[in-house]
Design a binder for this molecule. Structure first.
Ligand SMILES: *[C@@H]1O[C@H](CO)[C@@H](O)[C@H](O)[C@H]1NC(C)=O
Ligand SMILES: *[C@@H]1O[C@H](CO)[C@@H](O)[C@H](O)[C@H]1NC(C)=O
Ligand SMILES: *[C@@H]1O[C@H](CO)[C@@H](O)[C@H](O)[C@H]1NC(C)=O
Ligand SMILES: *[C@@H]1O[C@H](CO)[C@@H](O)[C@H](O)[C@H]1NC(C)=O
Ligand SMILES: *[C@@H]1O[C@H](CO)[C@@H](O)[C@H](O)[C@H]1NC(C)=O
Ligand SMILES: *[C@@H]1O[C@H](CO)[C@@H](O)[C@H](O)[C@H]1NC(C)=O
Ligand SMILES: *[C@@H]1O[C@H](CO)[C@@H](O)[C@H](O)[C@H]1NC(C)=O
Ligand SMILES: *[C@@H]1O[C@H](CO)[C@@H](O)[C@H](O)[C@H]1NC(C)=O
Ligand SMILES: *[C@@H]1O[C@H](CO)[C@@H](O)[C@H](O)[C@H]1NC(C)=O
Length: 562
């Protein structure tokens, strides 16, 4: 496909064209202006073959995989915690009448920007249960442990004392100028706050991000194009709403009584009531439960991936999403990100409805091939070098890949049948729905690259299995081929880094939660300081593949320790 064909498909209107040209300058993509046709494209029939897009805009597997995972994991609690250092900016859209929750000690609606939670349990936790005797009463979350990284933030959303108001708001109209910062972007630590560092144009990149200052600067920056807020993940999704007065309406205002007074809960000898600990643990548990409900995505919020802005594939970024950071990237690239976002919000419509929902595409791929690769990976480990074991391995590898191969093997296709089947297996999975626009090209090419490598691996393993079963060569040669392919698969899965491989080893009951640890303050303490849930490999904290079920008792036990 030549560029003019790409353009044909990209140009939906003249307005769009202007923005496209403007945006493309940022990434130095020079579109041939003279060849751009006028008029509208036919939404029903346009289809761009991903082979052609990839040919024009290639991408290496590591970058492609990072983009695949960014798209696949966006607005999913589990994926965000497993890829905690987010580096991308994804335009979001929130329908009218969506509920937001805010608990506060103030009897007024916030004058300017403030935080809201998507779950009321999250916001309610800030209100406390007992009117404290004095202001040194411990907050519901434990204090930052000694030695934890300084965040320097003065988060106003800290537990407050005295009267507590629980406010519920509704959005008075669709919010279409909201940015999702992927990863655990409200976890208070560097580098999880790097996207906010960039948007707030923080000069000292080694200083922590003060999230209140950053929020103010970001909302100020967004005034010119009407930014309504930024979505982040702490122990649940929360939004910094830039203007409560403009975009929200108060629909419920509950002044909380202090439980200990109303229900005449018996006090312990130290003046505290043991039952209060239970109430608090129960609230935390319900909060975790509702957060795990959005492990697969928060459907209250929609995303427009075509306008996703990311430094991925623009510069080197560590492929390990636990270790990467973007504080160091060139200032020019940082300004490009800011400029591209401004352009999208100022000149285009954020539209999650008539743009391709790439999570549908990545979801089919990950759910189809994740379990297969996991089984194949385990199958290799059972091989012990004996002839009998090799035979078993051959049959197993063939069994796991045979149907995939056969399903694309058209006997009427006489020329290049294998290649044809291989191509078809990619085209089956990699397609767009609505016409490609803006940064869809980057995503489309990335998903193509990932699926290309998946199909290659599946066909290779099929061939290996068949050759073992057919005994095409002697034992030693086959054993060598097995060792090579096994190594390739392990390396490939390491690059894919799919979250489907991370799970609880047993199914948790209804009264427990498969807990994906969060990175900031949480009912379990401050993120990575909790060794029960985090690994520390050479100073880099990460989350291991085996998650644990947690329940009310686990939370209560901790409350007794504080
Ligand atoms: C990825 O980056 C390379 C190098 O800058 C560029 O040539 C290529 O077009 C980019 N790929 C996509 C899909 O944008
Ligand atoms: C909520 O109700 C309390 C009690 O009536 C009142 O003092 C407070 O101002 C109200 N808050 C708002 C934002 O209306
Ligand atoms: C507040 O509580 C702390 C810790 O329990 C105690 O040391 C302090 O004396 C108390 N202050 C007042 C004014 O009661
Ligand atoms: C940048 O921040 C670091 C860490 O807080 C601090 O040590 C350093 O002095 C700051 N640099 C400047 C120029 O302010
Ligand atoms: C990703 O793409 C960019 C631009 O082409 C390149 O500089 C970088 O090395 C690639 N790989 C990673 C891991 O960032
Ligand atoms: C950020 O990443 C770059 C490139 O991998 C690295 O050189 C730098 O040390 C990292 N900085 C921090 C604060 O982690
Ligand atoms: C694949 O198997 C190897 C052992 O051969 C293991 O180390 C690796 O973690 C497995 N990969 C996945 C994604 O399960
Ligand atoms: C290797 O595996 C085969 C098949 O499972 C088994 O029969 C054999 O005993 C194993 N040999 C060794 C040395 O473990
Ligand atoms: C497979 O796709 C490639 C890239 O579009 C093309 O060059 C090749 O001819 C195709 N092969 C067959 C047999 O369809």
């Amino acid at each position: 496909m030549n560029k003019s064909q790409v353009i044909t498909l990209l140009v939906a209107s003249n307005v769009f064209l202007v923005s496209l040209l403007y945006v493309s300058n940022y990434w130095n993509i020079h579109w041939p202006v003279e060849s751009i046709p006028h008029g509208h494209i036919n939404k029903e029939s346009e289809y761009v073959n991903p082979f052609k897009v990839y040919e024009e805009y290639p991408i290496d597997l590591v970058n492609a995989s990072a983009i695949f995972n960014t798209v696949h994991g966006a607005l999913k609690q589990k994926d965000a915690n497993l890829n905690p250092v987010g580096v991308s900016f994804i335009p979001a859209y929130i329908p009218p009448n969506t509920r937001f929750y805010h608990s506060t000690g103030s009897p007024e609606i916030p004058e300017s920007f403030e935080w809201i939670a998507m779950e009321y349990e999250f916001s309610y936790a800030f209100a406390q249960f007992q009117k404290p005797q004095n202001s040194t009463k411990p907050p519901p979350f434990p204090k930052k442990p000694p030695g934890a990284p300084e965040s320097g933030n003065k988060h106003k959303h800290l537990p407050f004392f005295g009267d507590a108001y629980l406010y519920s708001f509704r959005t008075t109209r669709a919010l279409d100028k909201v940015i999702l910062l992927d990863g655990a972007s409200a976890a208070k630590y560097s580098p999880l706050m790097d996207q906010q560092m960039i948007l707030s144009r923080q000069k000292n990149t080694s200083a922590p991000v003060d999230e209140r200052i950053a929020a103010e600067k970001i909302c100020d920056w967004g005034q010119s194009f009407g930014l309504q807020g930024i979505i982040r993940l702490e122990i649940g999704f929360e939004i910094i709403v830039c203007d409560f007065q403009r975009d929200l309406e108060l629909i419920s205002n509950v002044t909380l009584d202090t439980t200990i007074d109303t229900l005449s809960i018996p006090s312990g000898s130290d003046g505290s009531a043991p039952l209060i600990k239970k109430f608090s643990a129960q609230d935390s548990f319900e909060n975790l439960r509702m957060s795990s409900y959005v492990n697969d995505g928060d459907r209250r919020i929609k995303l427009d991936f075509s306008k996703m802005v990311t430094p991925l594939n623009k510069t080197y970024i560590d492929p390990n999403p636990f270790a990467r950071n973007i504080s160091y990237i060139d200032n020019e690239l940082k300004e490009d990100i800011i400029g591209e976002l401004e352009t999208f919000y100022a000149t285009t419509k954020i539209d999650p409805y008539e743009t391709t929902d790439w999570q549908v595409v990545t979801g089919l791929i990950e759910n189809k091939f994740g379990p297969l690769f996991d089984t194949i990976n385990k199958t290799f480990t059972f091989f012990n070098g004996s002839e009998e074991s090799l035979e078993i391995l051959g049959e197993d590898l063939l069994t796991l890949t045979f149907n995939f191969k056969r399903r694309y093997n058209d006997i009427n296709h006489h020329i290049d049948r294998d290649q044809y089947g291989f191509n078809s297996s990619i085209l089956d999975y990699v397609h767009h729905t609505y016409p490609l626009q803006h940064n869809d090209i980057l995503i489309y090419s990335s998903i193509f690259k990932v699926q290309f490598e998946i199909s290659t691996m599946m066909f290779d393993i099929y061939n290996l299995g068949r050759d073992i079963v057919d005994k095409v060569s002697d034992l030693e040669v086959l054993k060598q081929r097995v060792a090579i392919k096994q190594k390739e698969l392990v390396e490939f899965l390491d690059i894919l880094r799919w979250t489907i491989f991370v799970d609880c080893t047993e199914k948790c009951g209804l009264n427990s939660v498969c807990y994906v640890p969060t990175w900031g303050p949480s009912p379990f303490g401050w993120g990575q300081r909790n060794e029960k849930f985090f690994d520390n490999i050479d100073g880099v904290y990460s989350i291991s593949k085996n998650l644990q079920c947690v329940d009310f008792d686990d939370l209560l036990a901790l409350r007794h320790q504080w």
